[in-house]
Design a binder for this molecule. Structure first.
Ligand code: MRU
Length: 357
């Protein structure tokens, strides 16, 4: 993604350290942070300086690299892997990337591991970029089909949370088809769910769509159903943190309600994921562990005041409790199609993909 005329990935190697964009500072400040240890990487993932399923996969891979630079024996690798896996439970990409790194590193001599780890992590990052590019192409065809059927019309696409460039190494998943359609000259407009409590839609999706000059409007999380009732949503595209082999989709809290509303209005509901987001071990989405985050994320909101000061304010009574499940599961029956780098699959056909990977 181009930011101030410079092409950035969201994570990259610089000498013996790893650079990330601190997403907790956006949209008010674009700050790069340099990480030197796997402990720093664990904290960056836990605090959501880096977030989004594919990006935390790549971040965890680089965490493995940082964790084996001084000692790469089997015990150290296993310990670093467990610490990284424990940072966030829901997105399967994280454990997938750590397991892949572990398998590759354990299969070579201890003395070679520190150097080789950089190459293995880079491969995970590069694969993510290529997968998202392919998702963009497949998804763009779906948008183009709607545009062909309605030549005069702007295509209104609703998205939830942030499944864009910032949630991946580059390119995005749910936003990749939108960027591709916009770049191809199709007239698209995006309804951006604000996505309480952390506001990834309002703070991150809106910011990156603005960087790419894609027309968009931020809406409250509860506005989507109303817009659908009034014919103002042509399709929904979201990302996911984990998809089961039966096509159940676990994504940011609130996704399920959007899928129910879309189903009621026969609006296509697409989920864009690279294949590392598919958990072939699970069939039933209700078996997925849902991350419970700090209740303070619900009790407080962060924003910038008119003087440019970033402030955190409480929005619920001091006496009230809050509950903060970070994800929910949309059953496969509400999903029109899963857009992967290998093509678009109705949920019931997703299984056919497993054997070809
Ligand atoms: O809690 P987050 O911000 O990491 O959650 C992100 C999402 O729910 C995204 O939709 C999902 O990870 C897909 S990212 C391509």
């Amino acid at each position: 993604m181009k930011i101030r005329n410079h092409h950035y990935r969201t994570i990259w190697r610089d000498a013996q350290s790893v650079c990330i964009i601190d997403q907790t500072k956006l949209p008010f400040a674009f700050e790069v942070e340099r990480l030197h240890t796997h402990t720093q990487m664990c904290e960056a993932i836990r605090s959501m300086q880096v977030r989004g399923a594919p990006l935390i996969g790549a971040a965890a891979a680089y965490g493995m690299v940082l964790g084996c630079q001084h000692n790469a024996d089997d015990q150290t690798l296993q310990s670093v892997a467990s610490q990284l896996i424990a940072t966030r439970p829901t997105a399967v990409n994280l454990a997938w990337a750590v397991q892949r790194m572990l398998q590759q590193l354990l299969s070579i001599a201890v003395a070679e591991r520190a150097q080789a780890a950089w190459v293995f992590a880079q491969a995970i990052a590069d694969e993510d970029v290529a997968q998202n590019q392919a998702i963009g192409q497949h998804g763009q065809e779906l948008i183009a089909a709607v545009a062909t059927a309605n030549p005069e019309q702007v295509i209104n696409i609703l998205t939830h949370c942030n499944a864009g460039w910032l949630a991946t190494v580059d390119g995005g998943t749910a936003l990749a088809p939108i960027y591709a359609a916009h770049d191809a000259g199709l007239r698209v407009h995006v309804w951006v769910d604000e996505t309480r409590p952390r506001n990834q839609g309002a703070s991150l999706t809106a910011w990156e769509l603005a960087q790419h000059a894609v027309p968009h409007t931020v809406i409250t999380d509860n506005a989507g159903g109303h817009l659908m009732q009034h014919g103002q949503v042509d399709m929904v595209i979201v990302g996911a943190d984990r998809v089961t082999k039966s096509g159940d989709v676990c994504n940011k809290i609130g996704t399920y309600l959007k899928a129910l509303a879309a189903y009621d209005h026969q609006i296509p509901f697409y989920v864009a994921v690279p294949t590392p987001t598919i958990d072939w071990q699970l069939t039933d989405g209700t078996d997925i562990e849902i991350e419970m985050r700090d209740a303070d994320e619900v009790a407080y909101m962060q924003g910038q005041d008119e003087d440019g000061q970033v402030r955190r304010v409480r929005v619920i009574p001091n006496e009230s409790q809050a509950l903060n499940p970070a994800f929910d599961v949309t059953p496969a029956r509400l999903v029109t199609g899963i857009i992967t780098e290998r093509g678009v699959f109705p949920p019931e056909q997703l299984k056919s993909l497993e054997t070809s990977l």
